[in-house]
Design a protein around this ligand. Structure first.
Ligand code: ZN
Length: 167
């Protein structure tokens, strides 16, 4: 692995010492902006990865603390994949990437940092940027800070996801 200046990674490393799940977010005042949540549905939510390797790195998660796809109930499953689809569409509209990587690392051996709460990654890619999945193997320098990215993406995630899904 090449070394890259990525000071935000230290927060990630330190947060791993916490016992509580970082994805079971308490819904207190201002929680959406504080946790970079772009959209929420009854059973799922979309947020910016706080420790990205590329600008435009989102995650889609179930609200419920479960580790595997197979633990999603049927209505949660539908909701989750609708949100994944919505996030993909909104990200494409917002930043017009050349391509996307979408996937999940299930289990530590697969590269998962926080395996106990299921999450899918959506990573924006541009022609010539790098090899497959820099999320798990190599680092890249991001050119935008998180707040700027959040503010830029937010307007694209306002729409009711079910309506968007039926476009
Ligand atoms: Zn959790």
């Amino acid at each position: 692995m090449r070394s890259v200046w990525a000071p935000w990674r230290i927060n990630y490393i330190l947060s791993k010492k916490q016992k509580s799940c970082v994805f079971c977010i308490k819904k207190t005042r201002g929680y959406k902006k504080r946790h970079y949540i772009l959209a929420e549905s009854k059973h799922s939510f979309i947020l910016l990865n706080k420790y990205p390797y590329t600008a435009g790195h989102l995650m889609v998660l179930p609200q419920r603390h479960i580790s595997e796809l197979m633990f999603l109930k049927n209505n949660e499953h539908i909701d989750f994949f609708n949100m994944l689809n919505f996030a993909t569409k909104a990200l494409k509209k917002a930043i017009k990437p050349d391509a996307l990587n979408i996937g999940a690392n299930l289990g530590k051996a697969a590269g998962s940092g926080i395996g106990e709460h299921l999450h899918f990654h959506i990573v924006a890619r541009w022609n010539g940027d790098h090899n497959f999945m820099p999320v798990v193997s190599k680092t890249m320098v991001i050119s935008e800070y998180l707040d700027d990215t959040y503010n830029r993406l937010s307007p694209y995630f306002k729409k009711d996801y079910l309506n968007c899904n039926n476009e």
